[in-house]
Design a protein around this ligand. Structure first.
Ligand code: M6R
Length: 616
């Protein structure tokens, strides 16, 4: 969702602001803008609906000059995605400008109050109230002190915000603050920087400062960053993280798009995650920060997540229950947060799964579980994220930056993390002996090479994608762990190709979706060599009998599938049927990408979607 950047220093601000916004494009947005303090001591800004490259052209035409500025990519919540609603927003005097990520829940009440006091609004956004509240404070007791003005203004806000503010009367000062939305800052010899996440900062530093909720930071052109906490005390040693992603990790590196690059990076990502996990006493998962005794006591697990990460949760549920014999409830965070009864026990563990670590619903759920006394363990790809910081233990899946909005390498790495967790739990509570644990770990170690093999077969997906040329909809079917593969395959197709797709456990097809089938209707059926193979095969027969075009995902050498289906995406044999989803889904990722490209879609930046869903 919205991206925030800010810079004050020796250099022209616009270059970093535009580069930074481009790096944040992956978060999803529909308009963009920048504002700088010009050498004449006024604010000078450009904003527009559309892409950052359009903004860049307009900035060049407007000759935006200044060494202190802020920038924003907006994902519309309040007000249509128009030039007028794009950020930055200014106060009535035009001397204070802000950019904001989050939602101001009490904005209507604040807007009414401000209008009564004579403020004039230029947009339909919730965010604009912030500029006017800062103006009120600036014109009152806080005059001359931008930090104080921001503090007074934000005290009136309800909701969430990552906020950056500049004021023409104190040129060079950049004030930023956050509550509930991500924001990091950095101090360098060239100046001080702020951004929604570490990606725009990777090219300027390897060391970033993390702000806590309600911290306010003053950034000045000498590169200094002063952080003040909620009580206005200076924080002398703010939390820092080292960025271990080099800037090139977020470049295309010769690939046509990030999705292609990230799909191909899966084997290495999983190898990184599996490295050194088997020690003398079995699986090592020190990140859990729980010893054998505590782990052995866990008698219930809530796995909570959204979207693709929720699909990982469904697999985690099956694997943990099968191996560690612990009952698992897998919940959509957005649903869980409004459930009245949450049946926790004194030994309930909560596992949140979130690639970005910033998904608002998932964070709310984690806080709720913490409030009920549960330990929270996060599986995430972003170590400095809110999920990582607020959880009792965090597993960094180490997939590297995932730029494409549609998750691919994070999905498979999260699945591997969930499998490791299942093994660790099974080992601690004695459901598995060490030999068994080691055997499963060895199986897991084969996954990267099996994925490499699927990657070599992408021509099969390219062929199959042609079957979607005239399709309006598609059905994905699978059983057991692979019903989840079906859900994920359908989600990938919907997200990036805008083709409607539904997924069902194959046995459920007869209870409704079978009515959709007609000649030529594409059905993707996941039918690996497992204990439900023959049942799924019968469902495939039912589809074919109604003229559907079945694309099967099957195990090499499966003659029954070869005889029945013209189109097969072949998967090499996987040593354990519970691990098949990690390999089989790669075909569905590649298939979705081919379908989307054939339909002329931007696979990396699908419409309406945001990479990091930071509002509920
Ligand atoms: O960052 P998270 O894993 O918490 O994100 C959850 C979903 O928003 C995300 O998985 C979404 O469904 C992706 N676009 C999937 O490709």
């Amino acid at each position: 969702m919205c991206g925030v950047v800010g810079y004050t220093g020796k250099n022209q601000a616009v270059k970093f602001l535009l580069d930074g916004l481009q790096t944040l494009e992956y978060r999803g947005y529909d308009s963009a803008g920048v504002e700088v303090v010009s050498p004449s001591g006024n604010l000078h800004g450009v904003k527009c609906a559309g892409r950052v490259h359009t903004l860049a052209e307009r900035c060049q035409a407007a000759n935006l000059v200044g060494t202190c500025g802020i920038g924003h990519t907006r994902w519309a919540t309040h007000g249509a995605p128009t030039d007028r609603n794009a950020h930055p927003h200014t106060d009535c005097s035009g001397r204070i400008a802000i950019v904001h990520n989050g939602i101001i829940e009490n904005y209507l009440e604040l807007k009414r109050y401000l209008m009564e006091r004579g403020h004039e609004f230029k947009s339909d956004t919730d965010s604009e109230v912030i500029a006017h509240l800062i103006e009120e404070a600036w014109n009152g007791a806080a005059r001359g002190n931008l930090v104080e003005a921001v503090r007074v203004a934000t005290e009136r806000l309800e909701g969430s915000w990552a906020l950056a503010c500049i004021c023409a009367d104190v040129p060079g000062q950049l004030v930023v603050t956050r509550k509930g939305s991500p924001l990091v800052v950095a101090s360098t010899t060239d100046g001080a920087y702020a951004a929604s996440d570490v990606m725009p900062l990777a090219s300027v530093t390897s060391h970033v400062i993390q702000l806590n909720d309600y911290d306010i930071a003053l950034l000045t052109p000498d590169g200094a960053v002063k952080v003040y906490d909620h009580d206005d005390e200076e924080v002398h040693h703010p939390d820092t993280i080292d960025i271990d992603w080099d800037a090139s990790a977020a470049t295309l590196g010769g690939y046509a798009d990030f999705m292609a690059k990230e799909i191909s990076e899966q084997p290495e990502a999983i190898e990184r995650l599996l490295k050194d996990r088997l020690g003398q006493h079995g699986i090592e998962l020190d990140e859990l920060k729980m010893g054998n005794k505590d782990l052995a006591q866990i008698d219930r697990i809530f796995v909570i997540a959204c979207g693709t990460s929720y699909h990982v949760g469904l697999i985690a549920k099956i694997i943990i229950q099968t191996w560690a014999k612990i009952p698992v409830f897998c919940e959509y965070a957005s649903e869980f947060n409004y459930e009245d009864e949450v049946l926790v026990t004194p030994h309930t563990l909560c596992v949140i799964i979130t690639q970005s670590g910033e998904t608002a619903d998932t964070l709310t759920a984690a806080r709720r579980m913490k409030g009920m006394g549960c330990k929270v363990f996060a599986i995430t790809n972003v170590l400095g994220s809110s999920a990582a910081r607020e959880s009792d233990g965090t597993m960094d899946i180490q997939a590297g930056p995932e730029v494409c909005v549609a998750s691919t390498k994070a999905y498979t790495a999260q699945m591997v993390a969930a499998v490791l967790l299942a093994l660790r739990l099974a080992q601690a509570n004695g459901s598995m002996d060490q030999q068994e644990v080691e055997r499963h770990y060895r199986d897991l170690q084969q996954i990267p090479d099996l994925i490499r093999e699927v990657l070599k077969r992408s021509w099969q997906d390219q062929q199959a994608a042609k079957l979607f040329r005239n399709a309006h909809s598609a059905l994905f079917l699978g059983r057991g762990v692979n019903s989840t593969t079906a859900y994920e395959g359908a989600l990938k197709l919907k997200e990036i190709s805008y083709l409607h797709a539904e997924a069902y456990p194959a046995g459920e097809m007869k209870h409704g979706p079978i009515a959709l089938l007609e000649p030529g209707f594409p059905v993707v059926a996941i039918v690996p060599a497992d204990h439900v193979h023959d049942k799924t095969l019968s469902n495939i027969e039912e589809c074919i009998a109604r003229g559907a075009q079945v694309i099967a995902v099957a195990t090499d050498g499966d003659e029954s599938v070869a005889k029945l289906c013209q189109h097969v995406l072949w998967v090499p044999p996987v040593p354990d049927e519970l691990l098949v989803p990690i390999v089989a889904v790669v075909h569905l990722q590649i298939l979705a990408r081919y379908v989307a490209r054939a339909r002329g879609c931007d696979v990396d930046k699908p419409r309406n979607l945001a990479k990091s869903v930071t509002v509920e």
